[in-house]
Write a protein that binds this ligand. Sequence first.
Ligand code: HEM
Length: 146
Amino acid sequence: MRPKARKTWLLLHVISSVGWLGVTAGMLVLALAAFDEPRLYQAMALLGDLVVLPLALAALATGVVLSLGTRWGLVKHRWVLVKFVLTVVAVVATAFALRSGLHDAADGVVGTAGRDVLVASCVSLVLYTVNTALSVFKPWGRTRWG
Ligand code: HEM
């Protein structure tokens, strides 16, 4: 990949992935507030569909493009492989479990949704922070395929 193209993809990757981390922090605050104000689940369901999911898909897609388009490769370095696996798990969990839980809660089927969304937001926040640290420190060297 030419330097200018790499920088452009990197810019898109940082905006989407760190944006995903930021909006997850917002979801955590809303999940806490929703215990007293269940109507907040409607805002959270909207954020889940229109902000969290697009950012999650963009972070994954731009990460894969950057990996394949640079010397890092998708499976050549441990830090990239770990980020890839963690992100795929997070995207699947976001697309299915988190969003369906939020839509149920927004429709008034609250049940354990408050606790579930709170736990999901905490786990996600830790995970995306780990991914950010892995990106900056790039630890653990090469895999057997590198
Ligand atoms: C929550 C998910 C993610 C977060 C928060 C994240 C965060 C970041 C950040 C902040 C950087 C910039 C590091 C720097 O320039 O020093 C970066 C770079 C990078 N990320 Fe991610 N990332 C995520 C997901 C992924 C995924 C899924 C992949 C691959 C499948 C990936 C592959 C890469 C690669 C290869 C670079 C280095 C690009 C380069 O320097 O050419 N990332 N990531």
